[in-house]
Ligand binder design. Structure first.
Ligand code: FE2
Ligand code: FE2
Length: 529
């Protein structure tokens, strides 16, 4: 069998040859040949199969209809134009193939049968008039398949670009600090890899990566037998570039139409058994994107889409990095404010730090999002920031407070929220500051809110605050043991009642009270609330 025109690039010395020559010949294409004359059908099949393509012969429209349903051809060759009963469903199917799947139809009109072309029975994409020869037919078939392949890729590229635009529109607002780059990569990979009804096939494997502190961190997404997998990979920076070098067609651009080599698979963390033929890779600064398992021969025409995806990935990562930096700055400012409040009220050392930990643990147990968990573990420490507005003499007063003093102390909730202002970044902290003394049964202050009207973050911090206050020794009371504090929270002591707490938060505490004990006992440097 002669080698397929255009050759198949296997890297190394052969690199680049396939794409310069067009590289769109794919011998895996299936061709349906219909000719009512069995001898003609046989000859045509032999001609077309000589280039290694899969040829499905049919000698009647009815047979062709059933073959089309099972084999979905990439090209239909009509050795003669079928007529009579039974040809209508065939022509309808042919028209649908042309319209929906971009399948070209080549009509071979032998001598004296030119009328086949003009009768308007259907509209072939191309016509060859006899006498026919093998080079003539095979060249035209190659040309039609090449055109189809280009049109398919263009169509796929439009689909991808549309999907990527949709992706940007949907998720740009959410590319904030709680998005991990791995999540982002997985979502983008699903855009690039997920087959959609009516669109051409796609690669089966995609791997995006970035260099972070001298190592290349990547995530691979792929599907096998319809199942999705993803895995995180790490490799030394430069390793991948070295292994890809033989397949370079331009700086930062790589193409190979052979299976992904074993050493590359090892670097990507992929099982050696996974079949990944045909791959392309593209680098942009520290970011890289590699796609493999293309169901067609990869050419330079496949690179712009990878380039667009990589560029978008880079932009999202930059936004994510900036969002993270802003968030970190916010958290540092919060900590500074909490420390200032702690200095002001000298009895709270350690308390605010522990509260962050309790709140984080409870939020996790309650199944809150990673963003909620991260933010509450920085916002809890600001619950008593309003005490900055109270004089030290009142905060540290020994002996009972008179009603007026109580009123001023209670105002630390409202004042704390006012101090934190209306910035969206401090909204959670402000809600905690205002509502951490509300009771679930509506008997708390400052607003007397009940049940779910109390923000969840405040319900969580309330329980954590009471536990820590019970455990803490104050000038006017001894610190409770963990067991005693547990009893008070579970059964009440007259002042503290279980109905003050959100039942789900209380349940989470009861199921993890040993963690609370460990946090308090591990941080005995603190004093009181
Ligand atoms: Fe408070
Ligand atoms: Fe407190």
């Amino acid at each position: 069998m002669p080698p397929p025109p255009g050759g198949r690039d296997h890297g190394g010395a052969e690199r680049g040859r396939n794409w310069r020559g067009g590289g769109l010949d794919d011998v895996s294409h299936r061709i349906l040949v219909l000719d009512g004359n069995a001898d003609h059908a046989k000859t045509l099949t032999a001609w077309l199969a000589s280039e290694g393509r899969q040829v499905i012969p049919a000698t009647s429209p009815a047979q062709a209809v059933s073959e089309i349903e099972t084999c979905l051809p990439d090209l239909v060759v009509l050795g003669s134009c079928p007529r009579g009963n039974g040809s209508r469903p065939f022509f309808e199917q042919l028209s649908a193939l042309q319209a929906d799947r971009n399948v070209p139809v080549l009509l071979l009109a032998r001598e004296g049968r030119e009328s086949d072309v003009t009768e308007g029975v259907f509209y072939p994409d191309d016509v060859l008039l006899g006498p026919l020869s093998m080079p003539q037919v095979t060249a035209r078939v190659r040309s039609l398949l090449k055109t189809k392949a280009l049109a398919d890729r263009l169509r796929l590229a439009y689909f991808h670009l549309d999907e990527l635009s949709g992706f940007t529109e949907t998720y740009a607002d959410q590319i904030v600090a709680d998005w991990r780059p791995e999540d982002l990569a997985a979502r983008m990979a699903s855009v690039l890899l997920s087959p959609r009804e009516g669109t051409p096939q796609r690669p089966s494997f995609i791997w995006g990566s970035a260099v972070i502190r001298g190592r290349r961190h990547g995530i691979a997404c792929y599907r096998t037998n319809g199942d999705w997998h993803s895995l995180v990979t790490r490799c030394p920076s430069g390793e991948l570039e070295k292994l890809l070098r033989p397949y370079a067609i331009a700086p930062g651009r790589f193409i190979c139409n052979a299976p992904l080599p074993g050493r590359l698979k090892a670097v990507l963390g992929v099982s050696p058994e996974l079949s990944l033929p045909n791959f392309a890779a593209i680098f942009r600064e520290d970011d890289a994107l590699l796609a493999a398992g293309y169901p067609w021969e990869v050419t330079i025409h496949d690179l712009p889409l990878l380039q667009a995806s990589l560029r978008q990935w880079s932009v999202f990562r930059r936004i994510w990095r900036e969002a993270r930096k802003t968030e970190e700055a916010n958290f540092q400012a919060m900590e500074a404010l909490a420390l200032a409040a702690e200095f002001h009220d000298s009895t709270t050392a350690g308390h605010v730090r522990r509260l962050n930990t309790y709140a984080r643990n409870l939020s996790r147990l309650l199944g809150q999002s990673s963003r909620f968990v991260r933010w509450i573990s920085h916002c809890a420490q600001l619950h008593d920031v309003g005490k900055l507005t109270l004089p030290g003499s009142l905060l540290n007063k020994r002996g009972p407070l008179d009603p007026g003093e109580w009123e001023r102390v209670r105002a630390h909730t409202v004042n704390g929220a006012r101090l934190l202002g209306h910035s969206p970044q401090l909204a959670m902290a402000a809600r905690i500051a205002r509502h951490h003394h509300e009771n679930f049964d509506g008997t708390g202050y400052p607003d007397g809110l009940a049940a779910e009207r109390i923000p969840l973050e405040a319900r969580i911090v309330k329980l954590a605050d009471v536990y820590d206050a019970l455990r803490t020794e104050r000038p006017y009371k001894k610190g409770y043991s963990h067991q005693e504090a547990l009893e008070v929270l579970a059964k009440g002591d007259g002042r503290v009642l279980p109905v003050h707490f959100d039942p789900s938060v209380l349940e989470a505490f009861l199921s993890s009270h040993r963690d609370f004990e460990a946090v308090f006992d591990g941080d005995r440097t603190g004093a009181a609330s």
